[in-house]
Design a protein around this ligand. Sequence first.
Ligand SMILES: [Zn+2]
Length: 401
Amino acid sequence: METQAAYWAEPLIWEFEARIVQKTSLGNGQFELILERSYFYPTGGGQPHDTGILGEARVVDVFRNEDGMIVHRVEGDVSGPLVTARIDGSRRLGHMQHHSAQHIVSRALEQRLGLETLSAKISADSPSTIDVPDVELSGADMGQVEGLVNQLVFENRPIKTYFITVDQLDTVPLRRPPKVSGQIRVVEVAEFDYSACGGTHCLTTGMIGLIKIVKTERKNKKLRLHFVAGQQALTFFQHDHEVVTGLCHHLSTRPGELVRVVSRQTEQLAAAQREIISLRTDLLSFETQQLSTQAEPGGSVRLATKLYPNRTIGELRELAKQLQTQDNLVAVLAGYDGQKLTIVTSCAVGSAINARELLDHCLAGIGGRGSGDDRLAQGGGNATPEQVEQLLARARTFSGS
Ligand SMILES: [Zn+2]
């Protein structure tokens, strides 16, 4: 004997006196309860289960077992046999709005675009989805479907539910053949859609509220449409409106101008970045010439040493590479933030000095570490300002090993 599914006839009853007919402890503080009749919707038909409370216990799962009984899994014990049950009405209403919307959107997709619904998933927390065969849909196609489904909402048509037998199947123009045998429950959106469905639905289309398709994506060789309805459509609009208002305030513009303003700023940013790269190249070239000119004779080579406050190792390497092009030039470039010293050494092609040996010679004074080859090397360590001065002086005394 199946549990009497009271939510079919009265989907708006969210509080009721429940008679417990079976209670099983799961041993972890959870219990499974079977009621004489239940308004709690069990997971099925693409619609998630209801949540709520039974007595003092929180209902965390509702499902039909193999015998057709509706099982309520609760956290905490319930003393019966009679308890007050309360369904989370906001969650249930969201499911009803989305489930009803799904029937209408599926029918509209079929009627306007010839697209059959392959599967659907109802959710009141995130957009619900409908999968259809993979096709290209234009904005105009979407507009047609949204226009039609919301027209149905505005007309506030009745949504009726009733049972038929297999023998009566040819009397109802069902959108899809039923998956169940025996008694078949029909959900009819007056003169628009007829579906075999065991879910909970709104009583009229007006109760669904606004329906909006918010995203399409390709998924498993199908096209997936994401839509919101009712309360969730309001939440969605509130969030997007807040984002747009924030951006408009930030950019001192109006919503209608937002795309143009952001596009222009993106272009300006790209142009500024190109200019920065060009200026840095010029600066690098200028610095290279200046260091080369100021280089002092040191044995068989010309030596350039320079200390920069807060210059990154990347910037020092870039400059050092440029200096390798200068005739017979050996460079020791240092960046120092008052505590940490970074050093890059470079030697022009053909010079008698080895960059790695020069680096090791410099770092020996502070016990620093480095790496590199005979042309370019880098390293560093902690040093006092006096040690930095001494280190650069040591560099000037290096004549190769
Ligand atoms: Zn349904």
